[in-house]
Structures are given as C-alpha cells and as structure tokens.
Design a protein around this ligand. Sequence first.
Ligand code: SF4
Length: 271
Amino acid sequence: MTSSLMPLSARRILKTAKVKITTKCNRHCDFCIFAEGGQGENMSLDTFAQVLDRLEQIPFRQLHINGGEPTVHRDFHKLSALARVRFPDQIMVLGSNAITLARNERLLETVLAYYDQVLIGCDEEHDNYEEVHAVLPVLREAGKIVVVNSVLEAIAPDRLQQLAVLCEEHGAIHVTNHVHHIDVGQPANVLGGLCDRNVDQHLMIEVDGDCYRCFNAMAKIDSEFTVWDADFATKVFEPRSKHYEFCLKCHEYKDSGFPVVPAPIRHTAPA
Ligand code: SF4
C-alpha cells in the first residue's frame, strides 16, 4: 500500500462547544441577532444537563456559556456549577457584557468560582464602560483570562483608547471587530470553494438544540442537525459539502478551493 486515506474523525477535536443558555438580554444592541431582550427564552436546567450529556460524546477543548446575556438566566449559578463538575478538564469560557457582574456580587462570585475566561463585548451599543472598568480588574486579580471585544462601527476613538489602556494596565486582551454576522445589504459573495474557516472550531448549540458548525452561520436554515440526533457525535465531524446560506453574506468568507471541507488528506504509508 503506497497511500491511505486516514479517517478524519480519528484525529479531530473541536475547539469550542458553545451553549446558548438564553436569548434574554439586558441590552438591545442594534447589530445583535442572538438575543431578544427581556422577551427571550431560557434553556431549562434539565435541558442543559441533557446537552452536557450529548457533549460528553465528542472531544472538545472549551465549553463556552453564551446567550443573550447568560448571567440573566435565573439558574446561571446552578448551570455553571453543573458544567464545571461535568467537564473539569475543559476550559470554561463565559461571554458576557459584565453589567450584572458589576451590580450583583453573587453572580460575580459564580464567575470567579467556575470560569477560566471571560469574553466581554464593550462599546457604545453595549453601553457598559463603567461596568467593565469595575469588573475587569477583579477578574484579572483572580487570574482569569479576560478578552474585551469592541465593534469598531460602534465605538468612539477616545473610548477605544481608554479600553486599550485599561486592558494594558491589568493584563487583559483587547480585540476589535467589524460587524460581520449580519446582512447589512452587502453584495453577495461569489461562492467558489467551501469556506474552511470554522472547521473544527465552533459548534454552537441553540436553546432549542439546533446546531451550527460556524458561529456566523445563523440563518435557521443553516442548522444542519440537532444536539438530540442519535448520530449527533458523528455529524459534528462530518465533512461539509454545501455552503451555509449565510456564506453568501458573510464578511469572513474564505474560499478554500475545495468542494468538500475538510479536504481529505492523503498519508503516504512508510515503505
Ligand atoms: S463564509 Fe462565514 S458563514 Fe460561511 S463558513 Fe465561512 S465563516 Fe462561516
């Protein structure tokens, strides 16, 4: 045998399993398609436990608890504690706007007890400068990795500079982004090969169990399977041979040149 096709699933591991525990939020950012303000829906504690059961079937590095604003979930403490117990070796990451953390000591204690990293969106839309200034030093003092993300379309230069200084002073990471996960009337991409930007990167699980293998592919039609499917663990690593609906409008489209991603890799067997 001169060459063989290795089974792709045998050596693959997902970077992030992201569970959206609520679509409720305490903010109404214009660009956000992930939340529905106070009208949103919580994932029940029971459903969350079942999602964790499903995640035990796949290898992944980080468990990301996300929303909406996850800290407004009434069972945030219990959900966080349960996830930590079930996945002691995975990195626990929280996506938050930090507003409740600045105002509610119990919630902040929950984060300090169970999470390793906190990702905070901060700009005019989030309107959370004071809260971030209050919470970030506490998180860093406790040794948490903190990443502050600002949307460039929604922040004034002086605010951006202040955040950069705050992060520098406390050893947090400051990143900026363009709004990339919404259709703002941009012309459609010319889709050639499939985009492999998110292969083995993010699995997002919605409140209803719908799964997306790209954080950007958020059109309901882009959900390829659910966490409840019997062959869920296989589907997570199945090759993709179709564009997501949202690839047409995605600012991050990157043509891999391949009609299937990940492209099969040929391994030459030793002579
Ligand atoms: S083009 Fe965008 S939505 Fe499509 S796979 Fe790439 S990053 Fe995801």
